[in-house]
Design a protein around this ligand. Structure first.
Ligand code: B12
Length: 212
């Protein structure tokens, strides 16, 4: 547990070298990757968010912590593969228009991939038009949308509407997530599912395509 405290602090400080070393040492010490992720990395980003909200740190520090987290997640990635990785279906995923946060989306993608889904990642700031165009092209089973800002959440219903107008809505399942997003919001905008974290995103995605 000592390593996780040190890892948390290194991520908050944005000290990439120290955080990578702590991640490796936690893995070598037998800590579960899921625990390192939740209690070390995600918990550190929550603290970073709180410090930012209080005006104690600013965007550059937040960005530095994000980069640090990414390096550590890369070290954990090989541990998140499930045994059977035959393709379970395709997920088209992106962070909605106006929103540049991608750590959560990338984690969800990584876990889904580890569980056997094929991922087509559209990146960040994805417009409803791009979601429509790529849905037409890729023909995914599931479309996933991420939003971290309350101001970009309305891009989700706009995207769903655009998919509906394009006649694509009935051929796909839609799952949404991101810190300000809720189950209730998912119901309100008629998404098919909501998940609060990457682990439950996998469970929900399997349910959506009937392989739970
Ligand atoms: C890192 C960070 C940044 C980085 C992002 C770097 C990157 N590459 O992503 C940078 C510095 C760029 C940034 C910028 C800004 N940020 Co910022 N940021 C954060 C911070 C600290 C952490 C986010 C994060 O990565 N969390 C860790 C991940 C693992 O968690 P997560 O994203 O929630 O994802 C999990 C779940 O939500 C879910 N999930 C996520 N996506 C999806 C998708 C699907 C389909 C599913 C099923 C599930 C799912 O699963 C994930 C894994 O478990 C948060 C604080 C916070 N606690 O959220 C603020 C925060 C989100 N930012 C905030 C703000 C205000 C901004 C800025 C406007 C600041 C500014 N003045 O410029 C800009 C906006 C830029 C833009 N247009 O997007 C506010 C938002 C307030 C609000 N409610 O709207 C927050 C909450 C900070 C705060 N407390 O004030 N930010």
């Amino acid at each position: 547990m000592g390593e996780l405290k040190a890892l948390r602090e290194a991520v908050i400080k944005g000290d990439i070298a120290a955080a990578a070393a702590e991640t490796k040492s936690a893995l070598d010490g037998g800590q579960k990757p899921q625990q390192i992720l939740n209690d070390g990395l995600i918990s550190a980003m929550d603290e970073v968010g709180e410090r930012f909200a209080k005006g104690l740190i600013f965007v550059p520090q937040m960005l530095r912590s994000a980069k640090t987290m990414k390096e550590c997640v890369d070290l954990l990635q090989p541990y998140f593969k499930e045994g059977d990785v035959t393709s379970k279906g395709t997920v088209l995923i992106g962070t909605v228009k106006g929103d540049l946060h991608d750590i959560g989306k990338n984690l969800v993608s990584m876990m889904l991939e580890g569980a056997g889904f094929k991922i087509v990642d559209l990146g960040v700031d994805v417009s409803p038009e791009t979601f429509v165009q790529k849905t037409r092209e890729v023909k995914p089973d599931i479309v996933g949308m991420s939003a971290l800002l309350s101001t970009t959440m309305p891009s989700m219903p706009k995207t769903i509407e655009a998919l509906q107008d394009a006649g694509l809505r009935d051929a796909i399942k839609i799952i949404i997530g991101g810190a300000p997003v809720t189950e209730r919001y998912a119901v309100e905008i008629r998404a098919d599912a909501y998940a609060s974290d990457a682990g439950s995103a996998v469970t929900k995605a399997k349910e959506l395509i009937g392989i739970s």
